[in-house]
Every structure is written in C-alpha cells, then in structure tokens.
Design a protein around this ligand. Structure first.
Ligand code: NAD
Ligand code: UFG
Length: 336
C-alpha cells in the first residue's frame, strides 16, 4: 500500500488517480489547508473505487503513528507542503515548520515501521536562476527564496538519511511548472485565495472572473521578451510518480530526476495557446517585472527517460485545453 500525503491537493489528486489506475492500493492523508474534501467524491467517481483517506497533519506524529499502525504501508509519496513563494518570504517560519518538521515527523515514523521507500516532491526552484538551460540534475543548487530552501534542505535531510542506513530508497523528483487538469474536467487546480501562478490566472481571465492578466515584463532576455518556463501537464507529472513508485518498489536504486518536457514556452506562447483553445482574445497588460522572477529555464528531462522510462506526452495546447475544460465546468473550483 502507498501512503500519499497532500493527497487532495493539485498534484496529489491527479497522482492518486493514476496510482489507482496502475493497480496500486493507496491511503491518502491531508489536512485540507490548501485543498477541498470535495476532491474525494470526484476521485471516487473517476476511479470507480472506494477511496481510503484520513484527515490529519503530517507534522503530528501521533496521527502518523496511527496511520502506519492501521495500514501496511510499503512506500510514501510526500506532496504535503506549503508552496506559495511570496508567502514564504513574509512567513518563513511557517514554511520551515510545515515543510521541514512535517518531513522529519514522517521519516521518523517510517523508520520505526521499517518503511524505506520515499518519493519526494522537489522542485526546479532548487536550481534558482540556472546558468544554462536545458537544466541538468547536476546543475548548481541555489534556491532564491525560503520555499525553495525548504526543498533543498529536505533533499539534504533525505540524502543524510540514505547515508545512515542503506535500506532507504528515495526518488527526488524535481518538477518544472505543472499546469492543466485531468481530461475529464472533474479534478484540477483550485488554489485557496488569489492564485499566484500563470495558468490559474489565465484561466480566471478567460472565464471573466478577472478583467486582465498582468504580464510581468516584456524586456527579459528571451525570444519575445516575456518569461520562459517548462510547463508540464499535471497528468504526465502524475504518471512520473507512478513510474517512480514502481522503480523503488522493484528494488532499484535512489534517483534524482527532472520532470519537465524539455521545451520552454513564453508567457505570450501560453496566452496564444489559451486563446486558440477558447477562440477569443485574453485581455492582458504588460507590467513591471515581478520581484524574484527569472528570465528563462527549462529542463533536460533525459535522465528521467533513461532511468524511469518516463517522458511527458502532452503538448501546450492540450495543457490549455484541459485547464479550460476544468475551469469552464467548475467556474468556482470545487465549490461550483
Ligand atoms: P497543493 O497545495 O495543491 O497540495 C499540497 C497539499 O498538501 C494540499 O492539499 C494541502 O492541504 C496539503 N498539506 C499542506 N501541508 C500539510 C500538512 N502539514 N499536513 C497535511 N497536509 C498538508 O500543491 P501541489 O501543487 O499539489 O504541490 C504538491 C507538492 O509539489 C508540494 O510539495 C509542492 O511544493 C511541490 N511542487 C509543486 C509545484 C507547483 O508548481 N504546483 C512545483 C514544484 C513542486
Ligand atoms: N507570470 C506573469 N503573470 C502572472 C503570473 C506569472 O507574467 O500573473 C509569468 C512569470 O513572470 C513567469 C511565468 O509567468 O515568467 C511563470 O510564473 P509562475 O508564477 O506560474 O511560475 P514560476 O516559474 O514563477 O514558479 C513556479 C512555482 C514555484 C516552483 C516553480 C518550479 O510557483 O513554486 O514554478 O519551476 F518552484
């Protein structure tokens, strides 16, 4: 059985479905700090299976102990963390507490129960502003914000743990920019409050929930002057986790891989692709650069292909089409 923490979140919910469809038994946990319990009924409908789920906090060792006593857990996929870069500047202690204490509490309980397979949600933000793109896994690690620091520190904690006991097997998955939604339109990204990321903002402008999109600068050193990122469809990303779980459970060694497409798209490329999907213009206005942003980065995903046999399959237009299906079928997210 696989334990998913942060199971009702954006990437967690899509991964849960893919794991079930791949024949894995899953127990999900989440404290709903950034997700809705309504995800559960949607996932039951999509999977045709009764879900196993417990509400609780990964920072709570008593709760975690009860989870491990109740279920035969062979491996853990750890999504639960806070992820808003801006908030991590204004409230760093909250980020270090939740993301680091939660990780340590979880690893301690796993160790006690001799469960040594761990898939970790790392991030391209561990590279900071990379010197070259495509970015390879051995690039310098220099995160630029407290959130990114929690990801790098988590990686360091896990690497020290691996050195202390050879039974540990860890998949360090460094995600680039996940966007899109399940093709059913039943599950998708539904951040609490005002979104910070490009894709949910474009979706809201397309739906008329916001008047216009701010494009943060068109004077970057990129082909069209707007920021370039490696957007990856969330279902492709979820399938990368299925591969990582299968890899570790089959006794193969730890690995550190980028999960991206290897293609960089600009903010204007995303706007144009979305306009093509919805058949009308997306109102936007170019503003000043957002503090802390970088011009361009995209992944070299070839190591994930070689070690996991995984490649992203969906293109930008599919990402935008699936994002729009989710947005238009659920104008107010899970509260619709
Ligand atoms: P999300 O906020 O949608 O999901 C995280 C889930 O974890 C939420 O459901 C939240 O309620 C839960 N959670 C947070 N703290 C918890 C705690 N202490 N106990 C129990 N549950 C808790 O975020 P997401 O986009 O699905 O991201 C999943 C993981 O991937 C995170 O670790 C994130 O840092 C990482 N990541 C995300 C991105 C991205 O752009 N979405 C990029 C790189 C890495
Ligand atoms: N952008 C805009 N307008 C907006 C929002 C974003 O022009 O309203 C631009 C940004 O300037 C950037 C691009 O769109 O060029 C992507 O921005 P996002 O906020 O969607 O994503 P980031 O690349 O800044 O960061 C995201 C997550 C991080 C994560 C990182 C991993 O927020 O947590 O991807 O690659 F670490």
């Amino acid at each position: 059985m696989i334990l998913l923490t942060g199971a009702t979140g954006y990437i967690g919910s899509h991964t849960w479905l893919e794991l079930l469809q791949a024949g894995q038994r899953v127990i999900g946990i989440d404290n709903f700090i950034n997700s809705s319990p309504k995800v559960l009924a949607r996932l039951e409908k999509l999977s045709g299976k009764k879900l196993e789920f417990l509400q609780g906090d990964v920072c709570d060792p008593v709760f975690l102990e009860s989870v491990f006593q109740s279920f035969p857990i062979k491996g853990v996929v750890h999504f639960a963390s806070l992820k808003a870069v801006g908030e991590s500047y204004s409230n760093p202690l909250l980020y270090y507490e939740n993301n680091i204490s939660g990780l340590i509490a979880l690893l301690q309980v796993m160790q006690k129960h001799s469960c040594h397979h761990f898939v970790f949600s790392s991030s391209a933000c561990v590279y900071g502003d990379p010197d070259v793109s495509p970015v390879k896994e051995d690039a310098d690690l220099k995160p630029e914000n407290p959130y990114g620091q929690t990801k790098l520190m988590s990686e360091q904690i896990l690497r020290d743990l691996e050195k202390s006991d050879s039974k540990w097997r860890v998949a360090y998955l460094r995600y680039f920019n996940p966007i899109g939604a399940h093709e059913s339109g039943m599950i998708g990204e539904d951040p609490n409050g005002i979104p910070n990321n490009l894709s949910p903002l474009v979706a809201r402008v397309a739906a008329g929930r916001m008047e216009e999109l701010k494009v943060y600068g068109n004077d970057w050193e990129t082909p069209d002057g707007t920021g370039v990122r490696d957007y990856i469809h969330v279902v492709d990303l979820a399938r990368g986790h299925v591969k990582a779980v299968e890899h570790l459970l089959s006794g193969k060694p730890s690995l550190t891989v980028n999960l991206g497409t290897g293609v960089g798209y600009s903010v204007m490329d995303v706007i144009r692709a979305y306009e093509k999907v919805i058949g009308r213009p997306i109102p936007y206005r170019v503003t000043d650069r957002r503090p802390g942003d970088v011009a361009l980065y995209y992944a070299d995903p070839s190591l994930a292909r070689d070690l996991l046999g995984w490649c992203a399959e969906r293109n930008l237009e599919q990402m935008c089409a699936d994002s729009w299906r989710w947005q238009s079928q659920n104008p107010m997210g899970y509260e619709s």
